[in-house]
Write a protein that binds this ligand. Structure first.
Ligand SMILES: C[S@@+](CC[C@H](N)C(=O)[O-])C[C@H]1O[C@@H](n2cnc3c(N)ncnc32)[C@H](O)[C@@H]1O
Length: 439
């Protein structure tokens, strides 16, 4: 049973609350008072439709003395000062409010209205329940995303679960402010024994946090390594490793690779701890090569060969720069039946999209050259700016022309189903995974 009775008990209180008629009425009962962020006329619809990120340009004025501080709860109101919802304020960020609840929802479930403790309980419970519907965790998979920021209606909060460890990626000022409440909810989840709190330093700086002045220095991770299972394959995860320690988003795409690898030679470029390579080997590939520039990543990848009792003669991990490896391999006239290319985020912002497009094109042209005629290239971009621009496919076409190859698209995918996206916040869709046939 995933849900502890304590969590369930507090949730059942929600339905027994007395009826209230407006969010304004709930706010008037708050002893400390609640400031009101009034939107410019005509700007409310985007947020009524569900986009949680209220940008400063949409705000006309703030009513309330003293003015709200970062992390405070505020009402968000339309141009007539009628509240449309409430959220958490930030005095520095270009997103001055992260909306937490719209009025209609607050009135349906008033126990959560302007109450972060309850809201966190309810939203985290809903996230656990969604994963349970999706069959996660399971006997074969205990590495997954439990909370996916806006997709789980907790903008700025990411939680990945690795066996009994919850890794929290904090990228919003409110997440830091509510750390004790978040941890209290997470530790109640059945099967979770440790929490590793990781701060996304650059994003927290943009949120106005002076990280040196944070009250608590982050405690050392309770463990440095954890062993998990994904699709029945064992992985060693370093809790100090990239991202939250593991790229859980590619789980379904990795499994797909295992289904098409029988009898094939597979190349996994930018392999990290070997996710695609291990799936290919277990799927029956005759030989697999994984390339990454990171030594710690390759140490994990090699550990994963032994964890899965794989024949080390069939799988090889090499430390090299992706471009250099591919150029050298092309000079040696080497080619593979299946190539996977999963580079790091090359376009962290829209402003660098142009430059990044050139890098994606060059990398893909090289990867196509290394794919046998009629073979498959699984190519990825984890840059939100690239995925949302809609130009990735055109870049792949450009790469094909550059490589003198013809490609067809045979599969299109993104992050696994435990990475939900709110359609009113399409910026949450960051991963593109395209399978090409390369002729
Ligand atoms: C998105 S991650 C790959 C995740 C991996 N495919 C998986 O399934 O876990 C990108 C990887 O690219 C590696 N990387 C970054 N720059 C590189 C370079 N110039 N050459 C080779 N690998 C690089 C990083 O170390 C990281 O492991």
């Amino acid at each position: 049973m995933l849900f502890p009775s304590r969590l369930m008990k507090s949730l059942s209180l929600a339905s027994s609350s007395p009826a209230v008629t407006t969010l304004q009425e709930i706010a008037s009962n708050c002893p400390k008072g609640v400031a009101k962020v009034v939107l410019k006329k005509g700007k409310a619809q985007l947020f009524r439709d569900g986009n949680p990120m209220v940008y400063s340009g949409a705000v006309d004025r703030i009513i309330g003395r003293p003015p709200p501080k970062t992390g405070d709860m505020v009402l968000v109101a339309d141009g007539t000062e009628k509240p449309i919802g409430w959220g958490l304020y930030n005095s520095v960020s270009m997103f001055c409010v992260r909306l937490m609840q719209l009025e209609e929802e607050a009135l349906r479930n008033p126990i959560c209205a302007l109450n972060m403790d309850k809201l966190l309980e309810v939203r985290i419970h809903a996230a656990v329940e969604l994963r349970r519907y999706l069959g996660i965790p399971s006997v074969n998979t205990n590495a997954y995303r439990l909370i996916n920021s806006e997709g789980d209606r907790l903008s700025g909060l990411i939680v990945d679960i690795f066996d009994d460890v919850a890794v929290v990626a904090s990228s919003a000022a409110w997440v830091e402010k509510y750390k004790p409440e978040i941890e209290a909810c997470i530790i109640k989840i059945s099967g979770i024994n440790h929490i590793n709190w990781r701060q996304s330093i650059e994003m927290l700086k943009e949120e106005g946090l002076d990280l040196s002045s944070l009250k608590e220095a982050p405690p050392p991770p309770p463990l440095s390594r954890v062993k998990v299972k994904e699709n029945g394959i064992y992985y060693a995860i370093s809790l100090e490793g990239q991202k939250t320690g593991f790229y859980a988003d590619q789980r379904e795409n990795r499994q797909f690779i295992s289904t098409i690898s029988e009898g094939q030679r597979v190349l996994d470029i930018c392999c990290y701890s070997g996710g695609f390579a291990l799936n290919a080997a277990i799927g029956g590939a005759t030989h697999v090569t994984g390339i990454d520039s990171s030594l710690p990543a390759l140490e994990l990848a090699n550990e994963n060969i032994s964890l899965n009792n794989l024949n080390a003669e069939r799988i090889l991990f090499l430390r090299q720069d992706a471009t250099e490896f591919m150029k050298d391999a092309a000079l040696r006239n080497e080619s593979w039946d299946i190539v996977v290319l999963d580079p790091p985020k090359l376009a962290p912002r829209k402003t660098v999209l142009r430059n990044a497009s050139g890098m994606y094109r060059n990398l893909n042209a090289l990867a196509m050259r290394l794919t046998i005629r009629g073979g498959l290239l699984m190519t990825c971009s984890c840059s939100g700016a690239m995925t949302q621009s809609g130009v990735f496919m055109r870049i792949l076409q450009g790469a094909a022309s550059m490589a003198g190859r013809k490609v067809t698209v045979v599969r299109q995918s993104g992050a696994a189903c435990d990475h939900p996206i709110d359609p009113s916040y399409p910026e949450g869709a960051y991963l593109s995974n395209i399978l090409l046939r390369v002729l």
